[in-house]
Ligand binder design. Structure first.
Ligand SMILES: Cc1cc2nc3c(=O)[nH]c(=O)nc-3n(C[C@H](O)[C@H](O)[C@H](O)COP(=O)(O)OP(=O)(O)OC[C@H]3O[C@@H](n4cnc5c(N)ncnc54)[C@H](O)[C@@H]3O)c2cc1C
Length: 500
């Protein structure tokens, strides 16, 4: 066993979309910083960021009903939708910068234009959708959204869903053509290919097993080379824990007080994939429905056209599953070993509070193929068993923590950046809205961890992300410019509405 030792400026743990984004941003801001990446698998983008492990929705709140809640007075709160849309525009601008600067190529390999739709049935749901549409379509960020409750119009928009449908209750949908399907796996691989060319030291099959603070204020990582079996020690001034589901264990090992009293609960995703090209050809949209009562927000059912390996395909789901693993390639002991003396009460409180989630997961795990087909038939009334197969997607580790609003052991559905007080280490936990907002979230890491550089880096950040520091909603001219330029750079123009 040799004991290789290196020192570097930045270590990124994990080769998913988050580390890829942070590494690319830092290389543009400070090209001479030395960056090293450790990834336990043999390739980049093999866990949640892989195209088969997530739904590939460019989350911009164009179709996800859980981002707009009905308030007790009956009005619809669109503040979360605005914030998520603005965050997605940040990703679009950064990706456009990378394409325009020829740092990555062929944007159609990772992003495609695709209408985003919301579909509901029943009088109450239709009335909610109408109110939501009114609130959103008056906002410049959602310009171009259409609403219809006419079956003939819906037949034009979603023939596969409307064919053979019993119209015994009201039905309505919204549609916006500026939605996208994003292949986050392809994007992650492109970014790591780019980083390799920028002299970033990328080590696959290297598992980070421990993190310590050294006496001189650096972070030392214990890393096992999974090919040779050698244990190595690497130090850095700054560490980003971008291990996806693996981040919580590493954060706990770092011992930083900010990482205490936090737990994680894994929920796996299962999709049905259509194997009949004739059926695939009849649908062209991402159609999001409403979550069932008691179901967590990430289990909203949707029927999605996807572009994977340059082929159009059709996926339905997600169904939730349970596995105690925190990563698809994780260990059966992940959940149990994440319970520590400092988060035990938090976890126990969540266990008591989240009985409905537990019940929901048990029901989901017990579903037979026929029961899953019945759920699919709520979208495609004449779906045939033989046209659909199951695919197991990624693991989402939902954060559990004590909050003022929710009390002890509150389950969180968003992403959380945990940063040490001195900014020398940061970890990303949680998975929603996820990869779509990677650029916004990694900018948050940069702002929290490198405040002393922000003045100097401001002009470059503005060059890469013209709306940096501004609200697009409040700057309609800039919004128009951003929409036009990103659509052009990313090859999305042909399907996007004209913004005046
Ligand atoms: C079912 C499902 C559907 C989703 N749908 C969407 C969607 O439609 N749109 C969207 O924007 N987001 C979606 N997401 C969320 C999105 O996939 C994630 O937010 C995103 O991929 C997380 O990226 P990451 O880089 O943090 O993690 P990952 O992609 O999981 O990468 C983490 C990497 O770290 C490595 N690693 C872990 N531990 C170690 C260690 N100790 N040493 C070395 N390497 C380690 C892992 O092997 C892995 O490669 C979905 C997620 C799931 C599960």
């Amino acid at each position: 066993m040799s004991n290789k030792e290196t020192t570097t400026d930045v270590i990124l743990i994990g080769a998913g979309i988050m580390s890829a984004t942070l590494g690319t941003l830092l290389k543009e801001l400070v090209p001479d910083w030395k960056i090293t990446v450790f990834e336990k698998l043999s390739k980049a983008g093999e866990e949640s960021s892989n195209e088969w492990n997530n739904a590939g929705t460019g989350h911009a709140a164009l179709c996800e009903l859980n981002y707009t809640v009905e308030k007790p007075d009956g009005s619809v709160d669109i503040s979360k939708a605005i914030s998520i849309n603005e965050q997605f525009q940040v990703s679009m601008q950064f990706w456009s910068y990378l394409v325009n600067s020829k740092l990555i190529h062929n944007p159609q390999d990772f992003i495609m234009p695709l209408p985003h739709m919301s579909l509901v049935q029943g009088e109450q749901n239709v009335s909610f959708l109408k109110k939501r549409f009114k609130a959103l379509s008056n906002n410049p960020l959602f310009k171009g959204m259409e609403f219809s409750d006419e079956p003939e119009k819906l037949m034009e928009w979603i023939p596969l869903i409307m064919k053979d449908r019993k119209l015994d209750e009201p039905i309505a949908a919204t549609k916006i053509d500026s939605g996208t399907d994003v292949n986050f796996g392809a994007l992650t691989r492109m970014l790591f290919e780019h980083l390799k060319g920028q002299n970033v030291d990328i080590h696959y099959k290297h598992n980070v097993s421990n993190i310590y603070r050294t006496s001189d204020g650096l972070w030392e990582l214990k890393v096992k080379n999974l090919e040779s079996g050698n244990v190595e020690h690497h130090t850095a001034k700054f560490v980003f824990i971008g291990g996806g589901g693996g981040s919580l264990h590493l954060l706990q090992k770092s011992g930083i007080p900010e990482g205490k009293h936090i737990g994680g609960f894994p929920v796996s995703g299962i999709f049905m994939v259509c194997n009949n090209p004739e059926v695939v050809a009849q649908h062209h949209a991402k159609v999001y429905g409403k979550a069932k009562v008691g179901a967590p927000p990430m289990s909203v059912p949707h029927l999605d056209t996807r572009y994977i390996n340059n082929r159009k395909t059709l996926l339905f789901g997600p169904f939730a599953g349970f596995s105690p693993k925190f990563l698809k390639n994780g260990s059966m002991f992940d959940l149990i070993t994440s319970v520590k003396p400092d988060n035990l009460l938090t976890m126990l409180a969540a266990g008591v509070k989240e009985m409905s989630l537990t019940k929901y997961l048990i029901q989901q795990v017990m579903l037979s193929k026929e029961q899953r087909m019945d759920e699919l038939r709520e979208f495609i009334p004449n779906a045939k068993d033989e046209d659909w197969d199951l695919v197991v997607a990624g693991q989402r580790v939902q954060v559990i923590k004590d909050t003022e609003a929710g009390g002890k052991g509150t389950l969180q559905f968003g992403t959380e950046v945990i940063t040490a007080k001195d900014g020398s280490i940061a970890a990303l936990l949680g998975a929603s809205p996820g990869a779509s907002t990677a650029v916004h979230v990694m900018l948050e890491v940069i702002q929290n961890c490198f405040p002393e550089h922000m003045d100097e880096w401001g002009p470059k950040l503005k060059e890469m992300i013209p709306s940096y520091g501004l609200s697009l909603m409040e700057n309609p001219e800039l919004l128009h410019e951003v929409h036009t330029s990103t659509a052009q750079a990313l090859g999305l123009s042909q399907k996007r509405p004209v913004f005046s």
